[in-house]
Design a protein around this ligand. Structure first.
Ligand SMILES: Nc1ncnc2c1ncn2[C@@H]1O[C@H](COP(=O)(O)OP(=O)(O)O)[C@@H](O)[C@H]1O
Ligand SMILES: N[C@@H](CCC(=O)OP(=O)(O)O)C(=O)O
Length: 374
């Protein structure tokens, strides 16, 4: 690899279960060596690498010889607890071939939601990288319930990229990249090589299909790409089995689907709103409010709200949707759901009269909002 060709300083590589198992029911260690070699090569060339690895549940099944377990959260936790230790053992052994040490970080959404825990995770990541150690990240599946889970490693890797201020996120999977239709179902599907905007028509292409042991399919990869590119991080989705894929991506050779980073990334507070907290509720907007928020960059006022769902407190994150449930924006509410229910449809001047107090005209101020169609 020619050092002068490398355009990045810090890279997050996400390996899906589909890549780690090569479509089989167990870890493909021969292929994992090859991926470790490529990452080690980058480290030797001065590029810092963070590995976000799936495969704990697959490794757990393999290690326990495919036990018959009920389809419950507890079974997944059991498999992840057994498999994660096998997975980290495998990575640790493989990187040691290249004289590299690894450090394990098991995260959940709760670690990213809470500011202090977020900063702790960031310090830990930086400490590893500053000492030439490869951080290996996975979701803490053994303790994570649906409430505190990120849920899939595509989204987790995007959050890791934000956390460590990476300049490139590589999502490796079992397809050559994002196609204009699911290639498993449509053999004529064409690879999309460049994406400059993630909109509804692109999300439609991503569908819901998932490979044998994977989670989320292309839909979660697009969510991840959107979060990262809004933070100024370039993203590539490519095949984990393409020869020298990691080097080729880092040297900007044409491989897979490349997502351009936003030229003016969101400020860090908005990045956090987008990537950190789970939405606690939703408010439905009338068409005037949708235009005001999405096209005119305005705050959301109570007058434009037609319905409230979920229970949220002042300061919680909520989604701004239309009457069909389409999400237009995400933001922090200045009023609780109980309050919004009372002031929905009413003019801002009447808030104090209705509630007995007021926290300002905006229910979601534009400074606390990320418009998703942008
Ligand atoms: N438009 C599309 N382009 C490429 N793959 C797609 C598309 N829509 C759905 N998919 C499916 O997404 C799968 C990859 O996602 P997933 O199984 O979660 O993999 P991983 O384990 O790598 O995260 C592919 O095998 C493919 O069938
Ligand atoms: N955390 C889980 C993987 C979750 C996940 O997103 O899987 P994948 O879609 O294969 O990247 C595990 O280690 O098994």
């Amino acid at each position: 690899m020619n050092l002068s060709e490398i355009g990045y300083r810090r890279v997050v590589v996400k390996l899906g279960t589909s890549v780690l198992t090569s479509g089989s029911l167990k870890l493909d260690r021969a292929h994992m060596v090859e991926l470790a070699r490529q990452m080690a090569c980058l480290m030797k060339a001065g590029v810092e690498v963070v590995l976000c690895t799936s495969g704990a549940i697959a490794a757990g099944k393999e290690h326990l010889s495919y036990p018959k377990l009920p389809d419950t959260i507890a079974s997944k936790q059991l498999l992840a607890a057994v498999g994660q230790s096998q997975l980290i053992l495998a990575w640790s052994q493989l990187f040691s071939i290249y004289d590299l040490h690894v450090g394990q970080l098991l995260l959940t959404r709760a670690d990213l939601h809470d500011r202090e825990r977020y900063l702790n995770a960031r310090d830990s990541l930086n400490a590893l990288l500053n000492n030439g150690i490869i951080p290996i990240i996975n979701e803490n599946d053994a303790v994570a319930t649906a409430e505190i889970k990120v849920g899939d490693n595509d989204n987790l890797s995007a959050r890791a990229a934000l956390l460590c201020d990476a300049d490139l996120l590589i999502l490796l999977t079992d397809q050559k990249g994002l196609f204009d239709a699911d290639p498993r179902k449509n053999p004529d599907a064409k690879l999309i090589t460049e994406v400059e905007k993630i909109d509804d028509s692109l999300r439609m292409l991503a569908g819901g299909a998932v490979s044998g042991l994977g989670t989320g399919g292309m839909a979660t990869k697009l969510e991840a790409a959107d979060i990262a590119r809004r933070a100024g991080i370039e993203v590539v989705i490519a095949s984990g089995h393409h020869k020298d894929v990691i080097q080729n991506v880092v040297c900007k050779k044409p491989v897979g689907t490349h997502f351009t980073a936003l030229e003016h990334p969101l400020e860090s507070r908005k990045q956090w709103i987008l990537a950190g907290p789970k939405a606690r509720g939703q408010v439905a907007l009338d068409s005037g409010a949708i235009t005001a928020v999405t096209e005119k960059g305005r705050s959301l006022l109570s007058k434009g709200i037609t319905k409230v769902t979920g229970k949220f407190l002042r300061g919680d994150t909520i989604e701004l949707i239309d009457t069909n449930g389409k999400v237009y924006a995400k933001g922090m509410s200045r009023y609780s759901s109980v309050d919004v229910d009372k002031i929905a449809g009413k003019h801002s001047d009447n808030i104090e009269e209705v509630l007995g107090y007021d926290y300002g005209d905006a229910v979601v101020h534009r400074n606390d909002m990320v418009v998703l169609s942008a």
